[in-house]
Ligand binder design. Structure first.
Ligand SMILES: [Zn+2]
Length: 82
């Protein structure tokens, strides 16, 4: 039988972890894991610095980290736009 965790339990801990979430795979970045911070330039919110974080570590058999996959995707998007 699967165990369930009540939503009312440990919300403060979840909130703290949620502030460091990978923008690529949407998973929480655990303390001690390497990550890359990307600054987002948004003309509408110039005084409010906005950042995204990405895993910099490789998972299991993966050959690219979330950060590298994100960069590859951006390059492909730039090539398509050119
Ligand atoms: Zn990730």
């Amino acid at each position: 039988m699967a165990s369930t965790v009540p939503l009312t339990q440990g919300n403060e801990v979840l909130a703290a972890l949620a502030s460091y979430r990978c923008a690529y795979c949407q998973s929480a970045i655990a303390p001690g894991e390497r990550w890359v911070r990307e600054r987002i330039f948004d003309a509408r919110t110039t005084d409010d610095a906005h950042y995204r974080r990405y895993h910099a570590d490789l998972f299991g058999e993966e050959v690219l980290s979330c950060w590298e996959k994100h960069q590859v995707a951006q390059q492909k998007a730039a090539e398509c736009a050119a």
